[in-house]
Design a protein around this ligand. Structure first.
Ligand code: ZN
Length: 275
């Protein structure tokens, strides 16, 4: 297992330091030696996206991806159409920002069977492929932990994400592996290998699982503070040929209340020691 010696593959999601504006995050990340940034769309509100992309590059940050597109599943066809339109806007925003990847939180509608939601997800992504290709933007299906299968994603294992990416069979569609969602899966190593064989592992997200978890959404932990074998999963991802960024994505009511500079120092320490 390779030990992390530098920050050249460290990326942080803007949501991780939510209290900071994107401008402040860019300055602080760059000063700390962070190499990449994943931009959440809310961080772009009210801004010129092209100029914001330039600002990030001026701070020597690689713009790793835009979060997030998706939410394709809905019983109501009007809402499904609205979601496709929103994903089209996301593709345009990614191109303006200057990133080549959008992460998809695929969606689910609790008023219909999961199979139906999955079908709508696959149809939605298929509709977007030509536009994604024209814009030079790849789409990563991110499987979410099954506790979110009611409303956030009907794709809950890496096997399901791999199945869908293979069925869509496009260079523009792949998967995102997030340790928070997938660490428990006994087939994880095999499915990560499978992504590698298909060259469709597009992103790798890290954090940790707190025990007890006090909030289903906003209680993610720092690497090393929970039960996720982050180093081991990273070794599988790298064995599968992944050479991209290790993206720290932590939603935390606790850390968002802290001084974000202190939190950033903790992230970097946890990254060096436990990732
Ligand atoms: Zn993620």
């Amino acid at each position: 297992m390779q030990v992390i010696t530098d920050l050249s593959r460290l990326c942080i999601h803007t949501i991780t330091t939510k209290p900071w504006s994107i401008e402040e995050a860019a300055k602080k990340y760059a000063a700390a030696g962070v190499s990449g940034i994943t931009v959440w769309r809310n961080a772009l509100e009210g801004r010129n996206i092209r100029q914001t992309g330039n600002m990030l590059r001026d701070n020597n940050l690689n713009i790793v991806s835009l979060c997030r597109g998706g939410f394709f599943a809905d019983r109501d066809p009007v809402k499904r159409k609205q979601s496709i339109d929103d994903n089209r806007r996301a593709i345009a925003e990614a191109a303006e920002l200057g990133t080549s990847l959008i992460v998809l939180v695929c969606g689910a509608d609790p008023s219909q069977p999961l199979e139906e939601s999955r079908k709508q997800i696959q149809d939605g992504i298929a509709t977007l492929i030509p536009e994604a290709a024209a814009a030079g933007v790849k789409l990563a299906i991110e499987p979410l932990h099954p506790m979110y299968a009611d409303t956030r994603s009907a794709i809950n294992t890496l096997a399901q994400a791999n199945d869908m990416a293979e069925a869509l069979n496009s260079l523009w569609v792949g998967v995102a592996v997030d340790v928070y969602h997938l660490w428990w899966d006994p087939y994880l190593e095999a499915e990560i290998k499978r992504c590698g064989q298909n060259s469709h592992l597009f992103a790798f997200h890290i954090c940790d699982w707190n025990t007890p978890t006090t909030d289903m959404l906003n209680d993610r932990g720092l690497m090393g503070k929970g039960c996720i074998p982050v180093k081991q999963i990273r070794s599988w991802v790298e064995a599968a040929g992944f050479t991209g960024f290790n993206e720290v994505e932590i939603f935390s009511n606790t850390f968002w209340k802290e001084d974000q500079s202190v939190f950033l120092d903790k992230i970097i320490k946890a990254y060096r020691e436990h990732s």
